[in-house]
Design a binder for this molecule. Structure first.
Ligand code: BGC
Length: 408
């Protein structure tokens, strides 16, 4: 009998439908600047909407002869998210503080050239496999696969050319009741980066009129493969370029985490956070314990770079749960994260080293942002006690994450 894995359910005639969507998408893909459509806007409770939600697009340059578009999603409250077809990268997220002052809370660059020249996965879709695979090796159905070693002796975020470095097809999703949505699609060929199976992938970004950025991931394959998709936005709720996130308060509904070795590969242990710097079960400033030299795990990560095991009623549960909340006490900006995934990688921007200048002209230094990447656990293909990341041809991979913004 087929075992249905977390976030992997039996397929329902999905391939044909998906192919049609991709072809249709390619046909109606916008070229050049312009407003695609104004979506129907539903006023947020208690808010006076300024305008209908909309999506516009503009050319953003070329990569290897392919043109890249930058889409601007604006909701009825004026919250704005910019997403480019290169890597599905979220370039900016403009949200109000408690006084209504807007700031861009996502790190990034002003130009495409800077993204292409090399960047630490700012805002992108990560795939096929988010985070690390030990020594770039895994076995499936008796066959061993070897991936590019692009992070010391391990594979990180898909390999040399992961999903973050391709130009995706884009279409606006019609008839969204409470906002606007952009669907990005690509076909990842059999053998890309040495992963087996042709994978049809789409990622839909929805901006709601209640200030939520929802990301829906969907994939199918024609051969057994592995998949672990996430988004790699670096957040600073005080605004990108405003300095350290040390005072921003993080709360995670995670009683356990997966400790790592010195190369950041999980040891296989599911360890309680209680009594360690990893206990964020109650809201704690990110910087409070980040220099705790008595924790080997903190020194391995150069701060936080760990997968947290989200508290769920059962290991097979894939319902949407609140993973956690981050609040910036100064601006009052708050972000709640909800997800169907079993884990979340909390990365405290440890490798930002002052060599990158953001769009506001400020240099990014260590700890100037955090990422909260919803995911299956790192190195799952080599860890039998972790939830599986195998996707079979008769299954559909689905995953949903919401970043919900408000003020306090
Ligand atoms: C990883 C970090 C890495 C960062 C940027 C995170 O998901 O866990 O180790 O430096 O992504 O690539």
């Amino acid at each position: 009998m087929m075992r249905i894995a977390l976030g992997r359910s039996p397929k329902s005639g999905g391939v044909t439908l998906l192919v049609s969507v991709v072809i249709l998408g390619a046909l109606i893909m916008s070229s050049g600047a312009g407003t695609l459509a104004a979506a129907q806007a539903t006023p947020a409770a208690g808010a006076t909407p300024a305008a209908a939600a909309s999506i516009t697009s503009e050319p953003f340059g070329d990569v290897e002869g392919q043109s890249v578009d930058l889409y601007t999603l604006t909701n009825a409250n004026g919250m704005e998210v910019k997403i480019m077809t290169y890597g599905g990268i979220v370039q900016s997220i403009n949200v109000p503080d408690r006084d209504g002052q807007m700031a861009n809370v996502a790190l990034g660059f002003a130009t495409l050239e800077e993204y292409v020249a090399g960047n630490p996965y700012f805002g992108c879709i990560v795939g096929r496999y988010g985070n690390r695979i030990a020594r770039g090796t895994f076995s499936l159905d008796g066959k061993t696969y070897r991936l590019a070693l692009n992070n010391g002796e391990n594979t990180l975020h898909g390999g040399e050319k992961g999903f973050d470095k391709f130009v995706w097809g884009a279409t606006q999703v019609p008839d969204i009741q409470n906002g606007v949505a952009l669907k990005l699609s690509r076909v990842s060929p059999d053998g890309e980066e040495n992963y087996p199976g042709t994978m049809m992938v789409d990622v839909t970004y929805t901006l709601t009129n209640t200030n939520e950025l929802q990301i829906d991931y969907h994939a199918t394959t024609d051969k057994a493969t592995i998949v672990n998709l996430t988004n790699h936005t670096y957040f600073n709720l005080a605004g990108e370029g405003s300095g350290t996130v040390a005072n921003q308060q993080l709360q995670l509904n995670a009683s356990n985490y997966t400790p790592v070795d010195e190369t950041l590969i999980p040891t296989g242990e599911i360890a309680p956070v209680a009594g360690t710097p990893f206990d964020f079960t109650t809201a704690t400033a990110i910087g409070d314990r980040i220099r705790d030299g008595s924790s080997e795990q903190i020194t391995f990560g150069r701060g936080y770079d760990h997968n947290f095991v989200l508290d769920r009623p059962s290991p097979d549960d894939t319902s949407m749960i609140v993973a956690g909340t981050v609040t910036d006490p100064e601006s009052g900006r708050t972000m709640e994260i909800r997800t169907t995934e079993p884990g979340i990688q909390f990365y405290s921007g440890n490798f930002l080293d002052g060599t990158i200048t953001g769009p506001s002209g400020k240099v990014y230094r260590q700890g100037d942002a955090f990422a909260l990447e919803t995911q299956h656990y790192p190195d799952s293909p080599n860890q039998p006690n972790f939830p599986t990341t195998v996707l079979q041809p008769d299954q559909e991979y689905t995953s949903t994450t919401v970043y919900a913004f408000s003020t306090s």
